[in-house]
Ligand binder design. Structure first.
Ligand code: TRP
Length: 341
C-alpha cells in the first residue's frame, strides 16, 4: 500500500508501545488481543515508540535500541500481520517531531503535571525533581502520534486514558486555530479484562517493576513464575475460605482461561474453602502454556531472521512517514508556517 490518504473507508486505528523491554502478559490482556481483531476492521498503524522510550531512557539508549527488535518480534509472534496493518518505528516518521513541537504550545505545564499516569511514572521511577522535560511533555508527543494518522480508535490499556484526553484537547485547539475540523478526536478501545496485576500482587504488571511474564518466556520459567504468584496471604490451609479479589492467579484465569464457567465455579469453591492454591496454579500454568507455546515458537522464528524483521519495519515506516507528513503539513499550514519550497 503506497497511498498516503485513507484509500479505504475503514476507520483508522493507531497504537504503540515503548521498546524498553519485551512485551508481557499485561500487554496481551490489555491491548494485543484488541489489536488482532482490529486488523481486519480498521486501517491500523502499530508504532514502536522509540522516541518516547528515550524520554526516560536517554542515559541508556542501548536498551531502547535493543528492544525495538524484541517488541517487533512480539508483534509478529502474537499475530500482527504486516499485510493487514502498518508496523512502524516512531523515529522513522520525523514529521511526528515537528507536530510535537507545535503541540507543546497547546498544552500547559500544569496540565501535564496533573496527568495521573505521568505522575505515577514519576513516583515509580523516583524522578522527584529531576524530571526530563521531554518526559513531562510526552503526552503532547503522543497526541502527535495519534492525530498524525487521524486515528479515531486507539487500542490501549486503561493507563493511557489520560493521554487520550490530552490528545483530544489538543485536536480541538488545532481545529479552532485552523477554523475547521482538520483533526478527528479519538477514543480508547479497552480490553474486556482490563489491567492485569503483577505476579507479586502489585496493581500493574510492568517490566520496570520486574513483576511481569514476558510473552517469550520459556516453558519451565513460566511454570516457576506461576508457582510463585501472589494469591491470598490469609488462605493458609486448604480448608480455609480464600479471597478471589486481589488474587493474582484468579486475575490471570479471568484474562486467559477460555472456560469461563469453570473459572466461576473455581472462584465459588475457593471462597467456600477446600480448594488449594496448587490446584489453581497447575490449571493456570496449563492455560498460559497453551496461550504462549505458539507465540514462543513464532517469536523464535522471527528472531532468527532479523533482516526480514527490519524489512518489515522499513516498509511500514515508509508508509507511516508519508501519512504523518501529510497531516503535519495541514497543521503547519494552520499555524501559518511558510513553505519556502
Ligand atoms: N505511551 C504508550 C506506552 O507507554 C506508548 C505510545 C506512544 C502510544 N505513542 C502512542 C500508545 C500512541 C497509543 C497511541 O505504552
Amino acid at each position: 500500500m503506497t497511498t498516503t490518504t485513507n484509500a479505504t473507508d475503514l476507520p483508522i486505528a493507531l497504537t504503540g508501545d515503548r521498546p524498553t523491554g519485551p512485551l508481557h502478559l499485561g500487554h496481551h490482556a490489555g491491548s494485543l488481543v484488541t489489536r488482532l481483531a482490529l486488523q481486519d476492521e480498521t486501517r491500523m498503524f502499530v508504532m514502536i515508540a522509540d522516541t518516547q522510550a528515550l524520554t526516560d531512557n536517554a542515559g541508556d539508549p542501548g536498551r531502547v535500541r535493543a528492544n525495538v527488535t524484541e517488541v517487533l518480534a512480539d508483534y509478529l509472534a502474537v499475530g500482527l500481520d504486516p499485510a493487514r496493518c502498518t508496523i512502524f518505528l516512531q523515529s522513522a516518521a520525523p514529521a511526528l517531531a515537528r507536530l510535537s513541537m507545535l503541540y507543546m504550545n497547546l498544552v500547559t505545564v500544569s496540565r501535564l503535571e496533573r496527568n495521573p499516569t505521568v505522575k505515577a511514572e514519576i513516583a515509580q521511577k523516583g524522578m522527584a525533581r529531576d524530571i526530563p522535560a521531554g518526559f513531562l511533555a510526552y503526552p503532547a508527543a503522543q497526541a502527535a502520534d495519534i492525530t498524525a494518522f487521524r486515528a479515531t480508535l486507539v487500542p490501549v490499556g486503561e493507563d493511557q486514558l489520560p493521554m487520550l484526553e490530552i490528545s483530544n484537547e489538543i485536536a480541538r485547539r488545532v481545529n479552532r486555530i485552523a477554523g475547521r475540523d482538520i483533526l478527528p478526536e479519538s477514543r480508547a478501545m479497552l480490553s474486556r479484562t482490563g489491567r492485569l496485576p503483577g505476579v507479586d500482587g502489585q496493581a500493574k504488571a510492568s517490566k520496570s517493576l520486574g513483576n511481569a511474564i514476558a510473552l517469550g518466556i520459556g516453558a519451565d520459567e513460566l511454570r516457576e513464575a506461576v508457582m510463585r504468584m501472589y494469591t491470598d496471604p490469609g488462605h493458609i490451609r486448604v480448608a480455609d475460605p480464600g479471597k478471589v479479589e486481589g488474587n493474582v492467579v484468579f486475575a490471570h484465569l479471568d484474562a486467559f482461561d477460555p472456560d469461563r464457567d469453570e473459572v466461576e465455579a473455581l472462584k465459588a469453591h475457593y471462597r467456600r474453602g477446600g480448594l488449594g492454591d496448587m490446584v489453581l496454579k497447575r490449571r493456570l500454568a496449563g492455560v498460559l502454556e497453551t496461550t504462549l507455546a505458539p507465540i514462543r515458537e513464532r517469536r523464535a522464528a522471527a528472531m532468527a531472521r532479523p533482516d526480514e524483521m527490519m524489512d518489515v519495519l522499513a516498509t511500514g515506516s515508509r508508509v507511516a512517514a508519508a501519512v504523518a507528513e501529510e497531516t503535519t503539513r495541514l497543521v503547519e499550514d494552520a499555524f501559518g508556517i511558510i513553505r519556502l519550497d
